[in-house]
Design a protein around this ligand. Structure first.
Ligand code: NAD
Ligand code: IPM
Ligand code: MN
Length: 380
């Protein structure tokens, strides 16, 4: 196995838990909590575990102790909660979390998502969501004439505030004149830490470019504070060429000229929407990885594909496993196992070059066949 940076998603400053050392000298042990969740989540998590265990022994004999938790909508339907009362405390004891997806046709989305995924993100203060998108050789992207060199960017998404603050409420519920208020909250502290992370990342990448996404023409409070704080932080990075782009214009520009983008820093909802778009630019939402980062390492970071439950694919062997596997690579970066992370990226690149691809990216492979090709490439 060789480790290289050929396959992207390589990011700048890294945070997260240190791997622990086992009683055997030189053997490093990482404890990983695995939550498959709903839909195709368990299918792609099963592949991630295969990949992880294929890596054991590499890099000073890394060992991964994994524990899978059956939390999600089925748990909710059985117990009335998405996870047990001590679930978050249990998770806090792990070095990292691998997460599949949450979302079911039987339980409303705001119940499932706030009951599990957003509960983890908020209570562990997973401040930034890192969402790299790279078109890999062998994958046919949706844009005519675009090559891998044109699509290699990272969305840095503020992950705890904005429309996801949970602030708001109903008024006159159930009556005529019923109203709902969803309040967007932004704090200087959250904008600053996100912007700083993004500028550090931009500084560490060859292109050293950053686009800050805004909507301050229409949002004269939250987006204006966003712009002001990004500018203050940006002034500390004269070596990074940065611009402010309105979110609607950015969506169009990403399609027309994706090569202009390197690091994109965006508020929570803007980053959510744009990262589905950038995933699609890399061929499919199924290719897109993410890392929800505890910037101070106080809690485990959580690694998950950008996609959701994909109701149309469940149980059919059609889920692209790459987004999940590249999320494992992001986790390995943070666990300070760079050879393992590089080996995973190389294996994904090799399978793509060989054309062993799932249907969403123009191939014929099943989830299991795609996974087998990646695991085989890992063992070479
Ligand atoms: P989705 O990401 O589940 O699916 C959108 C489209 O992308 C579908 O056509 C699907 O087939 C395709 N797709 C997704 N993952 C794929 C993969 N691995 N391989 C190939 N194609 C893939 O988004 P949605 O349909 O808007 O949401 C479905 C459910 O998932 C909802 O309940 C939603 O709230 C939830 N969701 C959860 C998360 C999460 O847990 N992180 C993220 C997004 C959506
Ligand atoms: C994502 C998802 C979630 C988000 C939803 C399911 C709450 O779309 O991870 O991008 O918006 O954060
Ligand atoms: Mn999303």
């Amino acid at each position: 196995m060789t480790a290289s940076r050929l396959v992207g998603n390589r990011c700048g400053p890294r945070y997260g838990a240190d791997v622990r050392w086992s009683a055997t000298p030189g053997v490093r042990v990482a404890r990983i909590a695995v939550i498959g969740g709903d839909g195709i989540g368990p299918e792609v998590c099963a592949v991630a575990l295969r990949v992880l265990h294929a890596l054991e022994g590499l890099e000073g004999g890394a060992q991964f102790v994994t524990e899978t938790f059956p939390w999600g909508s089925d748990h909710f339907l059985r117990t009335g909660a998405m996870l047990p009362a001590d679930g978050l405390t249990t998770l806090a004891g792990f070095d990292a979390i691998l997460f599949g997806a949450v979302g079911s046709r039987e339980v409303p989305d705001h119940v499932t998502l706030w009951g599990l995924r957003l509960a983890i993100v908020q209570s562990f203060d997973l401040a930034v969501s890192l969402r790299p998108a790279r078109l890999l050789a062998g994958v046919r992207g949706p844009l005519a004439g675009r090559a891998p060199k044109d699509i290699d960017l990272v969305v840095v998404r503020e992950n705890t505030e904005g429309e996801y603050s949970g602030a708001g409420g109903f008024s006159r519920r159930g009556l005529d004149g019923e109203m709902a208020v969803q309040t967007t909250i932004y704090s200087r502290a959250a904008i600053a830490r996100t912007a700083r992370y993004a500028f550090e990342l931009a500084r560490a990448r060859p292109a050293r470019r950053l686009a800050s996404i805004t909507k301050s023409n229409a949002s004269p409070h939250a987006s204006v504070l966003w712009d002001e704080v990004v500018a203050e932080v940006g002034a500390e990075y004269p070596d990074v060429a940065w611009v402010t782009v309105l979110v609607d214009a950015a969506a169009a520009r990403l399609v027309l000229a994706p090569q202009e983008f390197d690091v994109i820093v965006a508020s929570n909802l803007h980053g959510d929407v744009l990262s589905d778009l950038t995933g699609a630019l890399a061929g499919s939402l199924g290719m897109a990885p993410s890392a929800n980062l505890s910037l101070d390492g106080a809690r485990p970071s959580m690694y998950e594909p950008v996609h959701g439950s994909a109701f149309d694919l469940v149980g059919r062997g059609l889920a692209n496993p790459v987004g999940m596997i590249l999320s494992v690579a992001l986790m390995l970066d943070d666990l300070k196992l760079p050879a393992c992370a590089g080996a995973v990226r190389d294996a994904v690149a090799a399978a793509c070059r060989q054309g062993i691809l799932t249907r969403d990216v123009g191939g014929q492979a099943t989830t299991a066949e795609g996974a087998a090709a990646i695991v085989a490439a890992l063992s070479r």
